[in-house]
Design a protein around this ligand. Structure first.
Ligand code: ZN
Length: 401
């Protein structure tokens, strides 16, 4: 057990490598130029909606993908492409297509789509239709998946994210003209930005269909995923279990596990052509994502146990942020699940919407907190967390980067 007071005063070991497992710097594009000056080694940058997919792609191209295994560790970005549950209604899943197939006009299809995908009402049909009309024309799921696949293929180390389920979320009301006047033009559009909430929620069936399709894409391309889950841990587990069914892992001895990890490493290196032979091998697609990061995790210790069952074929990691996990009423709860988690499945994140000093500060704070709760020395803990991140993103951990 490390001495707390001494540990708290130690200078922070940035040189060991500190990785933000989940953040949204493209929400504030003016902060992107701060990234090269940050202490953090690399940022796992999420996309969430129509407005930020291109931005994440562009930032990764500008600042460089962090290719640890290719020893091109000069890039700072691991781009992630996914559609967040808060924007799930903007996607037309198959069930809506069936429901709207008898309707002819685009306008009518749009109204019918929102009628299916949303629950809640303003109280009468006219007001509901008026609200639905302020929403964008939905994008077919097949188009979204094609676009995401193209972006993932352009970035061989990219993840699928941010995806997930959210039972608490309600759609914001449309912008009022007077609000638009005072809107911060430096923020990437599309998010709530303090607007009042409407009575409409996206049905869980709709959210599940979108989540499942994106998890399947991650499996197909053997990418890790970053998953958001708010009041929906049971439903998220149901979606995972649908994909895991029939593929459960036989309980492995530690020797068997090492053998599998070594084999995965060889496969991965072949895919990335690390030996320079010019031969690239495609990894065999999987019906489920190989690695899952549960971001800003707030599930119960029982939910953690379910996700860590030896039969689960995905490696599930749990990521913690200061803002969501270590402030407010959930602190005790989080400490209990953090204490019970195996060392090798813990990640840290800022979950912040602006890059720069505050992001570094939050990362330092959460590393220090996790080390304290786990009884790790600051150096050991920083090393463990860095290695966990590499293993989650790239399958294998290597001692140097
Ligand atoms: Zn997020």
């Amino acid at each position: 057990m490390a001495d707390k007071t001494v540990e708290n005063n130690l200078p922070f070991p940035w040189n060991l490598g500190v990785f933000d497992a989940h953040c949204h710097p493209t929400d504030t594009m003016t902060s992107i130029s701060d990234i090269p000056h940050m202490n953090a080694t690399a940022l796992t940058v999420m996309s969430t909606r129509g407005e930020d997919q291109e931005l994440v792609d562009e930032v990764a191209k500008r600042l460089g993908d962090y290719h640890q295994e290719l020893k091109q560790g000069n890039g700072k970005i691991v781009p992630c492409f996914g559609w967040h549950p808060w924007f799930a209604h903007q996607i037309r899943v198959e069930a809506d297509e069936e429901a709207t197939s008898k309707t002819e006009t685009t306008e009518a299809i749009k109204i019918q789509h929102y009628r299916n995908a949303l629950t809640g009402s303003m109280g009468n049909e006219e007001e509901d239709n008026h609200f639905f009309n302020t929403l964008p024309t939905p994008k077919p799921l097949s188009v979204l998946l094609e676009e995401t696949k193209t972006r993932l293929s352009a970035h061989p180390n990219a993840l699928v994210g941010e995806v997930g389920l959210d039972k608490a979320f309600r759609l914001p009301m449309p912008w009022q003209e007077e609000e638009l006047e005072f809107r911060d033009a430096g923020l990437t559009s599309g998010s709530r930005e303090g607007r009042k909430l409407s009575p409409y929620r996206v049905t869980i069936a709709h959210q599940k269909a979108l989540l499942k399709a994106q998890l399947q894409l991650a499996g197909q391309l053997r990418r890790a995923v970053s998953v958001h889950s708010v009041q929906g841990h049971g439903a998220v587990l149901e979606v995972f279990q649908e994909l895991w069914k029939g593929h459960e892992r036989k309980v492995e001895s530690s020797r068997q596990r090492k053998k599998r990890v070594d084999e995965e490493k060889i496969e991965r290196e072949a895919e990335q052509d690390v030996d320079g032979s010019g031969q690239e091998t495609e990894l065999t697609p999987l019906p489920y994502p190989p690695r899952i990061c549960m971001h800003s995790y707030s599930g119960s210790p029982e939910a953690v146990r379910q996700l860590l069952r030896p039969s689960v074929p995905s490696d599930v990691y749990f990521s913690f942020s200061t803002v969501i996990n270590f402030t407010g009423p959930s602190v005790k709860w989080v400490q209990t699940s953090l204490e019970s988690l195996p060392d090798e499945r813990i990640l840290i994140e800022s979950d912040l919407h602006t890059a720069g000093k505050r992001m570094d500060d939050l990362l330092e704070e959460v590393v220090r907190t996790v080390c304290r709760v786990k009884g790790w020395s600051l150096e050991d803990g920083t090393r463990i967390l860095a290695e966990n991140w590499r293993r989650c993103i790239y399958t294998v951990a290597t001692p140097e980067y």
